[in-house]
Design a protein around this ligand. Sequence first.
Ligand code: ZN
Length: 66
Amino acid sequence: MGETKEEGWGFPALSKKAHYFVGSRSLCNRWLFFGNLEGDDETSSDDCTTCTRQLAKRKAAKEKAA
Ligand SMILES: [Zn+2]
């Protein structure tokens, strides 16, 4: 088995936008995804705005904790 990322951007087949997944659930809570995930620096204009906002919050919280 290859290396599996715990979190990252995924593009569910039925979604028109990319969502950010942690585990297998999107940050906007609308999607489950079990495919390959891209790193969190792989952003594009097709990203879900809710996921983008939640990801920014997560990063801010991590930086605070560090
Ligand atoms: Zn989303």
